[in-house]
Design a protein around this ligand. Structure first.
Ligand code: PLP
Ligand code: COI
Length: 367
């Protein structure tokens, strides 16, 4: 039944308590994204039935999709990554961090891939309802619950066109750290492939971007690095971003990050750090960063720290760049104090500590 009169109802068909799994605890080993919870949310867009159908929270299970669905052949898929946090003050509150930004980016990504965008209000209600149902799975500070909203084209038939019917679904998983090494990551400078070009879909969060980036990730892993550093698609000279994070360079009190050019994912963590760094008195520059200058500045000691930032990765110090056969250590392989200061400020905000000066926290309410 389609949604009507602005009323957003979410149907719940939940497992009885005795059939639910036991959520893990912080002490358990929890590889990122591998454990899904008991339920998921599904909401279809079906034009013949009036558009968006009533969202349903149902037991986590496989979907049945026809092998000729558009998503399998033409990659009509976009996703988001966000987290729910348990307030660290111990009041039981569940917090989301700037979720309206995810709702907007999800809609923008959908439009870029010729898809029907999920209305932002519907997106936010669905996220809150599922998080509320699965709240026992939110690991306490420093853990969280990772939320993965996804939209796929469901029409069938292999003729090439945009789907008219879509499935919006959300799955959630308990999360600790994204990287196995918590002491900092090694990043591989990719000189062969590019991730995105002007006019392409680099600023959309679509699965296709990540698929095309996999050979570079394989090269990075073979070289002992965790992630790929992407250079711009035209000149292969300017730093863009990392496979799963935006990137920032610290020159004492000045922090530089690549300006958004249209081919970089506009990270919500990135935009938050830009604001928080300014609040803390750092000079923040969104600019063009030539990789050879970056390497020279590391060598001369002018560039003191590098860190990646993203929802899953939070703030991850980059302690090494790998360039072909060269390995370039940053800050003596240690985590820098600016990165640590920003990380603490960001995490405090996300976990409900301190003043929320920018109105970024949203306490989850379900109906
Ligand atoms: N860049 C890429 C390619 C990403 O996958 C991510 C992670 O979502 C980011 C940047 C950081 O974005 P956000 O801070 O919104 O998670
Ligand atoms: C996120 O940080 O939420 C992401 O989507 C990155 C992903 C590749 C794990």
């Amino acid at each position: 039944m389609p949604q009507s009169n602005g009323q957003l109802r979410v149907l719940k068909n939940l497992l009885p308590r005795h059939k639910r799994k036991n959520p893990p605890s912080l002490q358990d080993e929890i590889p990122f994204g591998r454990t899904q919870t008991d339920h998921m949310l599904v909401c279809d867009y079906i034009p013949q039935k009036g558009g968006w159908q009533t969202p349903e929270i149902i037991p986590y299970a496989n979907f049945e999709l026809s092998p000729d669905s558009v998503v399998f052949h033409y990659g009509q898929e976009v996703f988001e990554g966000m987290k729910a946090y348990r307030n660290a003050q111990g009041n039981g509150e569940i917090l989301l961090f700037r979720p309206e930004q995810n709702a907007r980016r999800f809609a923008n990504s959908a439009v870029r891939l010729g898809m029907q965008p999920v209305p932002e209000e519907l997106f936010l209600r669905c996220v809150q309802e599922l998080v509320s149902v699965e709240q026992d799975w939110i690991l306490p500070n420093p853990g969280s619950l990772y939320i993965r909203p996804t939209l796929i084209g469901m029409d069938t038939g292999v003729s090439y066109r945009a789907s008219l019917a879509y499935r919006f679904f959300i799955i959630v998983s308990p999360a600790k750290n994204y990287y196995k090494r918590e002491t900092g990551v090694s990043v591989f400078i990719e000189r062969e492939h590019v991730r995105a070009v002007p006019g392409g879909c680099g600023e959309a969060k679509c699965g296709g971007n990540y698929a095309a980036a996999l050979p570079a990730l394989q090269r990075a892993r073979a070289a002992g690095a965790e992630q790929v550093l992407w250079l711009d698609g035209l000149k292969r000279t300017y730093v863009e971003e990392v496979g799963a994070m935006n990137i920032m360079f610290v020159y004492d009190n000045v922090i530089r990050t690549p300006a958004l050019t249209g081919s970089i994912l506009p990270g919500i963590t990135r935009s938050s750090i830009i604001q928080l760094a300014r609040d803390l008195g750092y000079t923040m520059e969104e600019t063009r960063l030539d990789i050879s200058e970056v390497l020279q500045d590391i060598e001369s000691g002018k560039l003191t720290e590098v860190f990646g930032c993203g929802t899953a990765a939070v703030i991850s110090p980059v302690i090494e760049l790998v360039d072909g056969n060269k390995r370039i250590e940053i800050n003596g392989g240690a985590i820098g104090k600016v990165s640590m200061n920003l990380k603490k400020t960001l995490i405090d905000l996300q976990f409900g500590r301190g003043q929320d000066n920018h109105g970024w926290r949203l306490a989850v309410s379900a109906q």
